[in-house]
Design a protein around this ligand. Structure first.
Ligand code: NDP
Length: 488
């Protein structure tokens, strides 16, 4: 079994108590790595290291151009090791190796993109209404960032925060999910190899309490969180006590809308990609398939036929299409929702249980038809391979059903009518809308949520700005004494 250490102040460290957590490989169901079960004291050490690196270390003295050069070097190292890192992440979360490899090959692009932007972040000179004052602004890094990540795509979701945050000049304490901590620890080694000063990047592993300690730590300036909506609410409330800034990338129940003028083969493919890709364990999963009545039966038939052929198996094999559910609590949750859907009167058109041949954490790709939007299966995030198929009459009906949710992360529209495509895209209350596509993300585009899907992230320079505060500087020009009792 592999044994890992936490990473604090440039050192590999164990928890003082010596306690560990086993990280399971969801394909074999067996533990493959041991990581420290960190404590609040470790969080405190890591935050102090990040604070020191920010306030007193060489990091704070570096120019933005030098920070950009380090980010570029990190991108090169990740690109060099993409296969190894993808193998590790696939082993830890059970997602397909080829999907993880795609992510790891894309991650360097994020670092290159933000590397180039690090020294383009400028303040403004303000046209002053005070004749004796020259006023300008500076964008200052916000300080110590606590990053908390989920298990489904640990490194991609950390990169969303890390690349703009490091470009801005922040330092980080990261708490990865207890289910998938290893890739973040592997990243720490590469960050050190790239030459980032000690304390700029720290990782504390352990259970949810580690995240809670990070959120309530008075020396953390910003929490960047990705995870479930319910956890996000707890974090927002806890962060409010110290007025710590927060960004929240949360859950979804995204509508995938197929109109009767869509190419049904293409749409069927998109429906399958939307829900069975990554075993449905993506925040943007197209878990509600809204289909116009006139093509409902034809489309459902095509989707069921293709779903029957989905190849489940070893995530490391090139021809596997769907891997296991990532961990045991998630498996229980998925199976519970299958029962809920049945009890609420939905019809199981395919699947509906554990895979009989593979067992373990393998759930059959499952399709429920005759779902209405008031059923729990249509309202609550499952985060697994369960598709709810809902009929609609016309465009207004589709938009109403699509927006009738507490989430607003993503949506898709399938139609060959260009007017309808844009019209509907504009009416959907979702942070990302795809037209005749599903599950595409770009470092160059914002990715965010409406409603309870969180605050999301901006793109490019705006994303770097989220890791900064603006400071106004007033410079007196005359040098003459001023009336001490007069404002302005
Ligand atoms: P959780 O919210 O359960 O956990 C996310 C992280 O928060 C984990 O590291 C967890 O630690 C930690 N955590 C748990 N409780 C607390 C707490 N009280 N204070 C601070 N941190 C805490 O989410 P999952 O890991 O189950 O991930 C799945 C969820 O993530 C889904 O809802 C999905 O939609 C969402 N997600 C959103 C994305 C987006 O961009 N909008 C992208 C990907 C996923 P531990 O694991 O140790 O309990």
């Amino acid at each position: 079994m592999e044994r890992y250490s936490m990473f604090i102040d440039g050192q590999e460290v164990q928890d003082a108590s010596g306690r560990t957590i086993e990280s399971l490989n969801p394909y074999s169901g067996k533990p493959w790595a041991l990581v420290p079960d960190g404590s609040e004291a470790d969080v405190d050490r890591a935050v102090r290291a990040a604070r020191h690196a920010f306030d007193k270390g060489p990091w704070g003295q570096m120019t933005a151009t030098q920070r950009g050069a380090l980010l570029r070097k990190l991108g090169d190292i990740i690109a060099r090791d993409a296969e190894e890192l993808a193998t590790i992440e696939s082993r830890d979360n059970g997602k397909l190796y080829r999907e993880m490899l795609g992510q790891w090959k894309y991650i360097p692009e994020w670092f290159y993109y933000y590397a180039g932007m690090a020294d383009k972040l400028q303040g403004d000179t303000i046209p002053s209404d005070r004749p004796n004052f020259f006023i300008y602004t500076r964008r200052e890094p916000i300080g110590v960032v606590g990053a908390i990540t989920p298990w489904n795509s640990p490194m991609l979701l950390l990169t969303f925060k890390l690349a703009p945050g490091l470009a801005a000049g922040c330092t980080f304490v990261v708490k990865p999910s207890e289910h998938t901590p290893v890739s973040t620890l592997e990243l720490a080694k590469r960050i050190q190899e790239a030459g980032f000063p000690a304390g700029v990047f720290n990782v504390v592993t352990g259970m949810g309490k580690i995240g809670a300690a990070l959120v309530s730590h008075p020396d953390v300036d910003k929490i960047a969180f990705t995870g479930a909506t319910e956890t996000g609410k707890v974090i927002a409330a806890a962060a409010a006590k110290n007025l710590t800034r927060v960004s929240l990338e949360l859950g979804g129940k995204s509508p995938n809308i197929v109109f009767d003028d869509a190419d049904l083969d293409v749409a069927a493919n998109g429906a399958i990609a939307g829900i069975f890709g990554a075993t449905g364990q993506t925040c943007m999963a197209g878990s509600r398939l809204l289909v116009q009545e006139s093509v409902h039966d034809r489309l459902l038939e095509r989707i069921v036929e293709r779903t029957k052929q989905i190849r489940l198996g070893d995530p490391m094999h090139e021809d596997t299409e769907m891997g296991p559910v990532s961990n045991e609590p998630q498996l229980r949750k998925v199976l519970e929702y299958i029962d809920v859907a049945r009890a609420d009167g939905a019809t199981c058109a395919y699947g509906g249980g554990l895979d009989p041949t593979l067992g373990g954490y393998f759930v059959q790709p499952t399709i429920f038809s005759n779902v209405t939007n008031d059923m729990r299966i249509a309202r609550e995030e499952v985060f697994g391979p369960i598709l709810s198929v809902i009929k609609f009459k016309d465009e207004d009906d589709a938009v109403e059903i699509a927006n009738d949710t507490r989430f607003g992360l993503a949506a898709a529209v399938w139609t060959q009518n260009v007017h309808r495509a844009h019209r509907v895209a504009h009416r959907l209350r979702a942070g990302t809308v795809w037209v005749n596509a599903y599950r595409v993300v770009s470092f160059a585009a914002p990715f965010g949520g409406f409603k309870e899907s969180g605050l999301g992230r901006e793109n490019g320079m705006d994303s770097i700005r989220e890791f900064t505060e603006t400071k106004s500087v007033y410079v007196e020009l005359s040098g003459a004494p001023r009336d001490p009792f007069k404002l302005g």
